[in-house]
Ligand binder design. Structure first.
Ligand SMILES: Nc1ncnc2c1ncn2[C@@H]1O[C@H](COP(=O)(O)OP(=O)(O)OP(=O)(O)O)[C@@H](O)[C@H]1O
Length: 373
C-alpha cells in the first residue's frame, strides 16, 4: 500500500467548477485527498476529493458508504452527493457534505493556554460521545477519534465527527441465526490511529473495538479541558504508549472528578464489550449540576462568550495547518474497485448493511419519539 504522503491529490483552482460545484478555497489535505469549500446554488459545502488509480485504496468510497449509514444521527455531516467523475483525464471521487467552520483542535489552540473553559469542554465532549454512541449503534467504529477530526457546525451548534475513511464495521451477519454479531478479533490487524490519542491496545496493534474509540475520546476530552496531554512532545510512539500505561488516574487530577469515574468504566471494557454510554452521559449531567454549567450559554468560540471578541472575532488562522497529530495506518482496506459513477451507493449495500440500516432506522425512530424536534 502507498504511504499517504506519496499519494497525489486533486488540485482544483479557485473559481473552477467541478460537477456544478464552484471551488471557493482549499480547506486542507488529508492522507488520501484534498478538501475544498465549494458553492452550489448559493449554498456552501465541503467537497472531499481523491484520485482513483490502481494503487489507491478507494477510501472516499468507503467513507461515503459509511456516512450514508450515519445520516440518521445529528453528529455527522449531511451527505449531499458522492460520485466519480473524470477530471483532466483522471478519475476522481468526490463527496459533498456539510461545511464545518473550523476543526475543534484549531478552536482549542486559539484559546488562552490552549484549553476550553470547563463548560465548553464538557459540552463538546458530550456531543462527541453522543456521535460515537450513534456510530456504534450503527455497527461502525471510527478508529481515529481526535479534535482535528471534529468540526464545529455553527447552524446546528454541534460537533460533527468527520474523516470516516478509516472506519470499520465491527458487526457481521451470523448466517446461522440471521442476526448481527461482533466480529472476531483479528490477530495481526496492524496499527491504525494517531499516536497522541489512540488506546494502548491500538499501540500494541490489537484489533480495535468500541472501547478504543472511547479511549481516544477520553484523551481528546482531557486535552479539551487541560490544553495538552503529557505525551504531546514525545515523538516516539513506543514511549507515548509507555506513558499512557503508567499514568493511570493521575491524568485526570486537574479535570472535573466525573472524568475519572468514566475512565474507571472505560478501563474495564474488553475488546467486544458494549460501553455504558448512558452512565457516562449521566456523569456529565452530574458535572453540569455541580459546576453550574448552563447548557444554553455560548461556547467559548461563539458570539457572546467572554473569549469571542479577543480570540475569535477577526482571528483568521484558517491557513494554519493542523500539525499536532498525523494519522498512521498500516491497514489494508477491503474495498472492491468499481467503475460506477456514483460512489458508496445503495446498490453497494450488502445484506449486512441492510440489516445495519434497519437497525439505525429503528434507533432513529426510537430517538425521534424520545426527542421531538
Ligand atoms: N466537512 C468539513 N468541513 C470543513 N472542513 C473539513 C471537513 N472535512 C474535512 N475538513 C478539513 O479538511 C482538511 C483535510 O481533512 P481530511 O479529513 O481529508 O484529512 P486530515 O484529517 O487532515 O488528515 P488524515 O486523513 O491524514 O487524518 C482538514 O483540515 C479538515 O479539518
Amino acid at each position: 500500500m502507498s504511504t499517504s504522503s506519496s499519494i497525489a491529490k486533486p488540485d482544483f483552482r479557485t473559481g473552477e467548477v467541478i460537477s456544478q460545484f464552484e471551488i471557493i478555497k482549499k480547506l486542507g489535505s488529508g492522507g488520501f485527498g484534498a478538501v475544498y469549500q465549494v458553492r452550489k446554488n448559493g449554498f456552501d459545502m465541503a467537497l472531499k476529493t481523491e484520485f482513483v488509480d490502481t494503487e489507491s485504496d478507494d477510501t472516499l468510497k468507503n467513507e461515503a458508504h459509511i456516512l450514508r449509514l450515519l445520516q440518521w444521527s445529528p453528529g455527522f455531516c449531511r451527505l449531499y452527493t458522492a460520485k466519480r467523475l473524470t477530471w483532466n483525464k483522471q478519475q476522481v471521487n468526490i463527496m459533498a457534505m456539510s461545511l464545518c467552520a473550523r476543526p475543534i483542535s484549531r478552536l482549542r489552540r486559539m484559546m488562552p493556554d490552549k484549553h476550553f473553559s470547563k463548560s465548553t469542554a464538557a459540552r463538546l465532549s458530550v456531543q462527541l460521545l453522543e456521535a460515537l454512541r450513534d456510530m456504534h449503534a450503527s455497527g461502525i467504529i471510527h478508529r481515529d477519534v481526535k479534535g482535528s477530526n471534529c468540526g464545529w457546525h455553527a447552524s446546528s451548534r454541534r460537533i460533527l465527527l468527520f474523516d470516516l475513511g478509516f472506519s470499520r464495521k465491527y458487526l457481521e451477519l451470523d448466517p446461522s441465526t440471521n442476526t448481527m454479531r461482533h466480529r472476531a478479533a483479528r490477530k495481526t490487524p496492524g496499527f491504525m490511529g494517531t499516536s497522541n490519542y489512540c488506546s494502548t491496545y491500538a499501540h500494541d496493534e490489537c484489533d480495535q473495538g468500541r472501547r478504543d474509540d472511547l479511549w481516544a475520546w477520553l484523551y481528546s476530552t482531557v486535552e479539551m479541558f487541560l490544553g495538552s496531554l503529557p505525551w504531546n512532545n514525545e515523538d516516539k510512539t513506543i514511549l507515548v504508549s509507555k506513558m499512557k500505561k503508567k499514568i493511570g488516574k493521575k491524568l485526570f487530577f486537574k479535570c472535573p472528578r466525573e472524568i475519572a469515574l468514566m475512565y474507571e468504566h472505560i478501563r474495564q471494557l474488553k475488546f467486544d464489550s458494549t460501553p455504558d454510554y448512558q452512565m457516562m452521559l449521566n456523569h456529565f449531567q452530574q458535572m453540569y449540576a455541580r459546576l453550574e454549567i448552563d447548557e444554553s450559554e455560548p461556547m467559548d468560540f461563539e458570539e457572546g462568550s467572554a473569549f469571542y471578541e479577543e480570540h475569535f472575532l477577526n482571528n483568521d488562522t484558517d491557513s494554519e495547518e493542523d500539525t499536532d497529530d498525523t494519522t498512521t495506518d498500516l491497514d489494508s482496506y477491503e474495498n472492491e474497485k468499481s467503475n460506477v459513477v456514483t460512489i458508496g451507493t445503495e446498490s453497494d449495500a450488502t445484506q449486512e448493511d441492510k440489516k445495519l440500516g434497519r437497525l439505525a432506522a429503528g434507533l432513529n425512530r426510537a430517538f425521534s419519539r424520545l426527542m421531538p424536534f
